[in-house]
Design a protein around this ligand. Sequence first.
Ligand code: ZN
Length: 78
Amino acid sequence: MTIYWEQCSLCGRYHSTRQCTLNPDVMVCVYCCISCPVRNKCPKPVWRFEFEKPVTPKPIPDEKKKLMEELLSKLEKT
Ligand SMILES: [Zn+2]
């Protein structure tokens, strides 16, 4: 699996990103993947942890969450 080090499509931060399973146009960082609003629907989240240690993502501000949901819903339509 290719790992890119570039700007996350969702949060805009520079992290290592991977191609989102649900939206191949989206490069997603580990943080956004974990806190993805549709992660429970994702057949295979690109960011997973082999040791299933509970991961607690930092709470995302509602504003940012809304933005992510908007972006994802836009992508789903295309
Ligand atoms: Zn991100």
